[in-house]
Design a protein around this ligand. Structure first.
Ligand code: A2P
Ligand code: 11C
Length: 348
């Protein structure tokens, strides 16, 4: 017995981590099916030491599948998630395609697992930069309420996929070999779907995803809208500036919050020490604070640099770091699957 699980986008930056998370999960698994594009069909991957052949994604791929984890882009989810549901699978979708659909729960298990009860076959995994912020802020919101959030992100390149990681590596090599900046090759970043491309090596790019309303990028809107949906409170004021930096994995965020009720830094530290999914790393006297490099491979969200705002009562600053491919994507998706199993919600 156990579940038959499909991974859609199994060759990608997130998909390969999904396979790793499935190797570690407590979920009972009977079978794992790895799906990708035609280009990858026939390639091999291993699951718990066993060799699996990657198959081309087609609607029939979902016959006899119980849980399908999607991370192959929004267009693929749009087309194939309904095919999976039609065949009786529950879909956990890591793309942005269904996130704001009122029929689709948007879930961070530490924050709003109750929302899973209303699922109709598709559950959306939030954006990576939103997830880690939610994990850190939910305990504070529960204790003192949350009036406002202003976040600036320092996001790793793996969020943009395997080809963006390669692009950054090549640019870095070329730069170190003396290639002039204007000759560095940039074909993907800041955003594959936009017109212009700039090198990320030795740079910082204040654009993630395409520009949308009011001068904000779509990534910034995702942080704004997803926060309100996950916390089920449209009144929380949220604003974001999302920046790509030349880091491989681990998103970092400078988060400024204003709580509704009075709170002390010591109380926030206590909350961070006891809340699920969080590791407090906050000791300036010993230069202890969260770092992207140390977050790689970990499932938790790391919080530090907690301090009161100099001027605003109830204003606080935090530094929040997590592995964007794990809690930001693959682990949160597998954790949703584990939670569905615990809550007996796998069968629609
Ligand atoms: P493939 O490697 O066969 O192109 P990333 O986010 O790292 O760029 O990964 C994207 C993932 O989505 C890859 O696994 C990729 O498979 C998969 N993918 C892209 N296009 C398709 C498609 N048309 N059908 C199925 N999977 C796709
Ligand atoms: C990034 N946050 O770091 C993006 C990746 O909506 O799932 C995830 C995009 C999404 O580029």
């Amino acid at each position: 017995s156990g579940y038959r699980i499909a991974v859609v986008g199994a060759t990608g930056a997130v998909g390969t981590k999904m396979i790793e998370m499935l190797e570690q999960t407590v979920l009972p698994i009977k079978e794992v099916k790895l799906l990708a594009s035609k280009r990858s069909a026939g390639k091999k991957a291993t699951f718990k030491g066993e060799e699996l052949v990657i198959e081309e994604l087609v609607p029939e791929s979902f016959e006899n599948i119980d849980i399908a984890l999607f991370s192959a882009g929004g267009g693929i989810s749009k087309q194939f998630a309904p095919e999976a549901v039609k065949r009786g699978a529950v879909v956990v979708d890591n793309t942005s395609h269904f996130r704001m659909d009122p029929e689709v729960p948007l879930v961070v298990p530490e924050v709003n697992k109750e929302a899973l009860k209303k699922h109709k076959g598709i559950i959306a995994n939030p954006n990576c930069s939103t997830i880690q912020m939610m994990v850190a802020l939910e305990p504070i919101r529960q204790k003192a309420g949350l009036d406002r959030v202003i976040v600036s992100t320092y996001q790793a390149v793996s969020g943009a996929g395997a080809s963006a990681i390669r692009e950054l590596e090549e640019q870095t090599q070329a730069y170190l070999n003396g290639t002039p900046v204007e000759e560095l090759k940039a074909e993907i970043l800041p955003c594959g779907g936009d017109k212009k491309h700039y090198p990320l090596a030795f740079n910082a790019l204040p654009q993630i995803d395409v520009f949308a309303e009011e001068g904000y990028t779509y990534e910034e809107w995702k942080m704004i809208r997803e926060t309100k949906k996950i916390m089920e409170d449209d009144a929380i004021k949220v604003s974001a500036t999302c920046v790509r930096i030349p880091v491989a994995s681990g998103h970092s965020e400078s988060v400024y919050i204003e709580t509704k009720n009075a709170l002390t830094v010591a109380e926030i530290r206590d909350l961070m020490e006891t809340a699920p999914g969080i590791v407090l790393e906050d000791d300036p006297s010993q230069q202890i604070y969260p770092q992207a490099l140390n977050s790689i491979g970990k499932k938790e969200t790391f919080v530090g640099r907690i301090r009161k705002d100099v001027d605003v009562d109830n204003g606080f600053h935090l530094w929040v770091v997590s592995d964007n491919l794990l809690k930001g994507a693959a682990w949160n998706s597998v954790q949703i699957a584990e939670t569905l199993h615990e809550m007996d919600l796998v069968r629609v």
